[in-house]
Design a protein around this ligand. Sequence first.
Ligand SMILES: Cc1cc2nc3c(=O)[nH]c(=O)nc-3n(C[C@H](O)[C@H](O)[C@H](O)COP(=O)(O)OP(=O)(O)OC[C@H]3O[C@@H](n4cnc5c(N)ncnc54)[C@H](O)[C@@H]3O)c2cc1C
Length: 597
Amino acid sequence: MAKTHQFDVVVVGAGGAGLMAGLYASRTAKTAVISKLYPTRSHTGAAQGGIGAALGSIEEDKPEWHTYDTVKGSDYLGDQDAIEFMCEEAINAVYELEHMGLPFDRTPDGKISQRPFGGHTNNVTGKPVRRAAHAADRTGHMILQTLYQQCLKNKVNFFDEFQVLDFIQVNGKTAGVVAVELSTGELHVIHAKAVIFATGGHGRIFEVTSNAYAYTGDGAAILLRHGIPLEDMEFFQFHPTGIYKLGILITEAVRGEGGVLINGAGERFMPKYAPSVKDLASRDVVSRAIYTEIKEGRGANGANYVYLDIRPESVIKYAALDGRTNPDGTPYTITGEQVLAKLPDIVDFCRVYLGVDPVTQMMPIQPTAHYTMGGIPTNKFGEVVIDDKNTPFPGLYAAGECACVSVHGGNRLGTNSLLDLVVFGKYAGLKAAEYANQTDFAPLPAEAESVSKAQFETLKNGSGGENVFKLSNELKKVMFADVGIYRNEKDMASALEKVRELKSRFKEIKVADTGRIFNTELLNAWELGNMLEIAEVIAASALNRKESRGGHSREDYPNRDDANWLKHTLTWNRNGKIEIGYKPVTITKHQPKARVY
Ligand SMILES: Cc1cc2nc3c(=O)[nH]c(=O)nc-3n(C[C@H](O)[C@H](O)[C@H](O)COP(=O)(O)OP(=O)(O)OC[C@H]3O[C@@H](n4cnc5c(N)ncnc54)[C@H](O)[C@@H]3O)c2cc1C
């Protein structure tokens, strides 16, 4: 028998979304946060550039502009009611973080400092607006530390280094989760009235990625196995600037501070692709521009990369050409010391991993798999909704990168994820506690842990003909090459076939480590199972969507097709078979238009 615990609300995941949910739920309900990583090691801690809110610290800005930019950035696939809600809540959310003690950078007159980011504009002039509130290039680190301190202060119960393996439901009502305690290998059943999934994304299915090792899509895969659909999984964001070959992120804030992209011929190429916002166009646009430069032979040294240039002399030269000024109207400048002060981690990464000093040398970069736009479907209160009529699943919630509200639609704007975490994490926490306070515990089924136990047994008892790391590498390669920045029918169909072949070879895996204490080999194998299921859904949904929109860019269907495809995809895995359905996009004020940059 597994050890059993009981809480009103259980949050799975201790990143920004999970901690915010835990913090708000714990105010009125007995709450536990379970995390496979020690909370402050969650990927939120890696977020660099900033959190978006129309504070207007430095120049005029409005939530309506933030809303329109987000709708446009989403390529009109985002639900506009949810986007309006997020952009209006943003201002209070950032001030709340400030009041919790988050050390934001300041303007000389003491306001929260803000920097420009891709796709964020003044809607009247069309020029970039300073909307990203930041703490150097460590904004996510500060958010995570601040929220964790608040959770400790509020006596939230933490189960650190417990990995959730399964969701428990009884007749369509939430009953809890099953987790393994990593330090002992023991299974635990956590009986709960409400469960909030906040498990982050799944970028590790791609070969070159900015994502943490923990990004294996556990939460989404667990719910998929419970008959819950995933939404818009074909939409995955490739960030334009990852360190060449390594994928480590170089924040968009580098371009916000005046950095520009340069091809192998030494030319600044973004004005060709986005004449108005240039290097600060949306990520999908910039990633495709880099890819095109490389494909047409203008990569650096004939290889698959271009340069990002933040050397002060270049910044000053291009800022003068663009007519960029400081808030007081003087020409924009930057010094080497300012680069070091504003972007300390970026400078460090480049020096350590590349031996390149960004103050005096250009950084070699290539697009890197970055952000999961699709995920577990929810409404704007974090309630998981399971069909085209948005029917909620009683007691089940999701927030953060694993969820699809959908505020990011086909392409997320930089700084809108940290915002999504704090806004929707909060409402998921509030709603889950409210629900838990008006309902009884669903009775636990006998042997609630039996499915998890059986999964582990299978992994330990395979024929041994296959190896976890070999399969995992084959998966990452095929997904990056064939379901990546540019896609077409033939390559995606063969990728889907390959993923299915890998799924069947996965059955031959045998975990050699028979120990119970921190058996990472067993857990890596279990995570690979999740990645394969998620990859199958992504490839099938991408193959199905016959248009180009946001991050989903098809060579064989190069245009956006609103007449047929202005709709969300819902994908189920029913008894091993992928089924696809749709639900309408919510449009309030902004009718779809062509995106112009
Ligand atoms: C390098 C990088 C830089 C970024 N910069 C920015 C930025 O400047 N601005 C911005 O808005 N966005 C940025 N993003 C995106 C943003 O940081 C993420 O989308 C966001 O932090 C995700 O938060 P989360 O709470 O959903 O997940 P995470 O912070 O990843 O937390 C997930 C949690 O789930 C837990 N977990 C997962 N699976 C299980 C399981 N099976 N059992 C138990 N626990 C589990 C993990 O332990 C972890 O605690 C960046 C992302 C990256 C990768």
